[in-house]
Design a protein around this ligand. Structure first.
Ligand code: TYD
Length: 137
């Protein structure tokens, strides 16, 4: 399956009015899985690269609620970079995709919705091991 079929940007509906903006996301509707976990990354120095792993089981949707950051996505073969700078935009990432988050602005708040509870055993943190798995070795 091509890399582009393993991630997608999602434009959330803005339910805002004269009072300001409001975005609502529901698991199984706006988010293509049931949300089991929420975490958020903030106060990140611009030089920091986070992520640097693939997940055997978890799917994610990333939303940059404030500020901006970039996400590098690779399947070990192709690589894409997605720029996140809007609370109305989500980035869906399927399981078994290697991801790095970087270029965080000082004010960035990156919300992550996950399809699983946290389980350290489903993380692949060695890129060579990841590439071998993807090559079927
Ligand atoms: P880490 O996996 O390094 O975060 P990133 O997604 O940026 O790679 O996680 C940092 C620490 O937080 C590590 O000790 C594991 C813990 N953690 C949880 O307990 N639950 C979670 O949902 C996440 C994402 C991390």
């Amino acid at each position: 399956m091509a890399l582009k079929e393993k991630y997608a940007t999602i434009q959330f509906k803005n339910l805002g009015d004269g009072r300001g903006n409001l975005v609502a996301v529901e698991g199984g509707h706006d988010i293509p899985f049931d949300i089991q976990r929420v975490f958020y990354i903030f106060g990140t120095d611009n030089s920091v690269v986070r992520g640097q792993h693939a997940n055997k089981e978890s799917e994610f949707v990333l939303v940059c609620l404030a500020g901006q950051c970039k996400v590098r996505i690779t399947d070990g073969n192709d690589t894409d970079i997605v720029y996140l700078n809007s609370p109305s935009q989500g980035l869906y990432i399927n399981k078994m995709i290697w991801k790095d988050m970087f270029d965080f602005s000082e004010d960035s708040v990156l919300l992550v919705l996950a399809s699983t509870h946290y389980n350290a055993d489903e993380y692949i943190r060695d890129f060579d091991e990841y590439k071998n798995i993807m090559r079927g070795l």
